[in-house]
Design a binder for this molecule. Structure first.
Ligand code: CTP
Ligand code: MG
Length: 227
């Protein structure tokens, strides 16, 4: 029984604006994708990785990961959900014994190994779906169409969600089989089919790199964590 990680990396990185897919953007000479995939394998609890690459850059991405024989590359789709679905479809071929599946954004390239292990451990202990979360630190307001505040939301029960998200593989397959449209996270699809989603502690270093500001933060993470 093995653990397989799906890495959606087929986005265009429009908000980062680096003129290339975000996954291929280097930080200190190594791409976000290489760092993300190597981090998964280095956690010691992931045996296979399936990367969804931009459909016109499958070979470029495969070359980027050539040093990691456990990484397989498939063409991604128009939306993140499509990319994850294509990677999930490839699991039967590349990791037929996989019983646990992680879904992890290439854009979260600096995720600590301990967090990856916590997610896998929680699934192996019986949780059908597991997400890493952080408390919300800003005050949250609900507003109306005019931009006026309707209410102040109680943030004590709110959490910001990161990846990797972990699943018993049958649970994720069922959720994707039922999914009609796109979702912003994979656990959301499990929720839609009535599945229970458990949380574990996330980590600030697992931030999603979306903008140039985030990339600058990631460079600082490298400097302090030496990852
Ligand atoms: N992703 C994907 N397939 C898509 C869209 C996104 O595999 N069709 C991946 C991205 O490569 C990224 C993750 O999903 O690793 C989260 O998406 P996001 O942060 O939005 O990245 P991009 O879509 O590349 O960025 P942008 O929305 O700014 O273009
Ligand atoms: Mg996007």
């Amino acid at each position: 029984m093995s653990v397989v990680a799906l890495v959606p990396a087929a986005g265009r990185g429009v908000r980062l604006g680096a003129g290339m897919p975000k996954a291929l953007v280097p930080v200190n000479g190594e791409s976000l994708l290489l760092r993300a995939v190597r981090g998964l394998l280095a956690s010691g609890c992931v045996q296979h990785v399936v990367v969804a690459a931009p459909a016109d850059q499958v070979e470029v991405v495969a070359a980027e990961l050539a040093a990691l024989p456990s990484a397989h590359v498939v063409p991604g789709g128009a939306e993140r959900t499509d990319s994850v679905r294509r990677a999930l479809d490839a699991v039967e071929r590349v990791a037929p014994d996989a019983r646990v599946v992680l879904v992890h954004d290439a854009a979260r390239a600096f995720t600590p190994a301990s967090m990856i292990r916590d997610v896998v451990a929680a699934v192996e202990q019986g949780a059908p779906a597991v997400i890493p979360v952080l408390p919300v630190t800003d005050t949250i307001k609900q507003i109306d169409d005019a931009g006026d505040v309707v209410s102040t939301v109680d943030r004590s029960r709110l959490r910001a969600v990161q990846t990797p998200q972990g699943f018993a593989i049958d649970v994720l397959r069922e959720a994707y089989a039922a999914a009609g449209d796109v979702a912003t996270d994979d656990a959301g699809l499990v929720e839609r089919v009535g599945g229970k989603v458990h949380t574990v502690d996330g980590h600030p270093h697992a931030l999603k790199i979306t903008t140039a500001f985030d990339l600058a933060v990631a460079e600082s993470v490298l400097a302090v964590a030496g990852v």
